[in-house]
Design a protein around this ligand. Structure first.
Ligand code: ATP
Length: 366
């Protein structure tokens, strides 16, 4: 039967979600909302439950937990699932942070009563290990190694402190790697600390990694972080919390609908902080692929994009003309000598060919 289904991950936020949930449920019932509550009992449950809720055509899916729970939920619903409302009781809560969703029972009851349904872009990536959706940010290289270390440290509960500790451990042994990054058919080559692709500005529990990211513009923000040395990385890192790292001369900000990255070396990839395999990776965006309740502000429609006061009149599905294919083919890595990224089938009909291989002098240290 349609209605509201609440998926609650009781261990999110190191158990905060389970402890706080009864107050949220009471506030919602007091305001007249009827809901069915499903508690997860382990990894993967939120995905399976979200799929079941989508199949039942529920009116609203209330996802209670952190970014990992939201990540699982969208991987259960896929694009154009039921509208989501997030109760941010995890550790990092980076999606909610970008949308200014407040974790109090009253604010969540207001969100359901008066919030606006907004279509946000849903990212999709595919590595040799398979494909998945992501809501915030994916990274390739250094931050994916950090994510792997954080995941290995075990159990839910991420956030900035474990991230910073893992980052310092990773930095000791990490070597920058050559990467080829193809954005909408144009190839960029560099020796990289890491490359970041995302729709939302925050990750890692409040790091403002993509300060220009606009979650409903139909395009990814792509950050190319070049050949920084260890000391330089340590010096630049604190700037990530203010978003000023993007002004560093070895950092480039780009945008695009489709992105492919490869390297001759086995480079790790993460999606929303979850390790998801190694290069090569291909990304595409489902513009407007998820509907999320965001707080209403004084009856005005606030823009979710930096630098825009009011929401511009975007079409409901801004990028419909460039859909993601049902399944992306990832070719085996045949190394940089092939001269270009994405030499296999294009992700979209009529996409321009990648630019030819540069002369050795253009290769920025390859
Ligand atoms: N009942 C459960 N017991 C153990 N693990 C669970 C359970 N339910 C879900 N999980 C796992 O808990 C992980 C962590 O949840 P989540 O990411 O939402 O919280 P968090 O790590 O505290 O927050 P954030 O991701 O915002 O930092 C999820 O990836 C999920 O697989």
């Amino acid at each position: 039967m349609p209605g509201i289904v609440a998926i609650v991950n009781p261990v999110a936020g190191r158990g905060r979600a389970g402890r706080a949930w009864p107050a949220f449920e009471a506030a919602l019932r007091d305001r007249g909302f009827e809901l069915e509550v499903w508690f997860t009992s382990g990894p993967g449950d939120a995905r399976d439950m979200a799929r079941r809720a989508r199949d039942r055509k529920v009116d609203l899916l209330l996802v209670t937990g952190g970014d990992g729970t939201v990540h699982e939920a969208v991987n259960g619903t896929g694009p154009d699932g039921p509208p989501l409302a997030v109760v941010p009781l995890g550790t990092g809560n980076d999606l909610a942070r970008g949308l200014e969703i407040v974790a109090s029972p009253g604010a969540v009851a207001d969100l359901l009563a008066r919030g606006r349904r907004r279509r946000l872009d849903l990212g999709y990536l595919e590595t040799g290990a398979g494909g998945r959706y992501f809501v915030n940010v994916s990274g390739v290289g250094f931050d994916a190694e950090v994510a792997r270390r954080v995941a290995q440290s075990g159990g839910p509960g991420r956030g900035a402190v474990p991230y910073v500790l893992a980052m310092l451990q990773t930095l000791r042994a990490y070597r920058n790697v050559p990467m080829e990054i193809d954005i909408d058919g144009r190839t960029h080559r560099h020796v990289a600390l890491m490359t970041v692709v995302g729709n939302s500005p925050y990750y890692g529990g409040g790091m403002h990694i993509l300060p220009g990211a606009c979650p409903d513009d139909g395009r990814f923000d792509v950050l190319l972080i070049g050949d920084l040395g260890k000391l330089e990385t340590l010096l630049v890192f604190p700037r990530v919390f203010r978003g000023t790292h993007v002004r560093h001369p070895r950092v480039r900000s780009l945008r695009g609908r489709t992105v492919a990255i490869r390297s001759p070396e086995p480079v790790a990839v993460h999606a929303d902080g979850e390790p998801v395999g190694h290069l090569p990776v291909r990304y595409c965006n489902f513009p407007g692929g998820m509907v999320v309740l965001v707080p209403a502000r004084d009856g005005r429609q606030r823009s979710l994009c930096p630098g825009e006061a009011e929401e511009p009149a975007r079409p409901a599905m801004p990028g419909e003309a460039v859909p993601c294919p049902a399944r992306l083919a990832v070719e085996p890595d045949d190394g940089p000598d092939q001269g270009r990224v994405g030499a296999g089938p294009s992700m979209r009909p009529g996409a321009p060919e990648a630019t030819p291989a540069p002369t050795p002098g253009d290769r920025e240290g390859w």
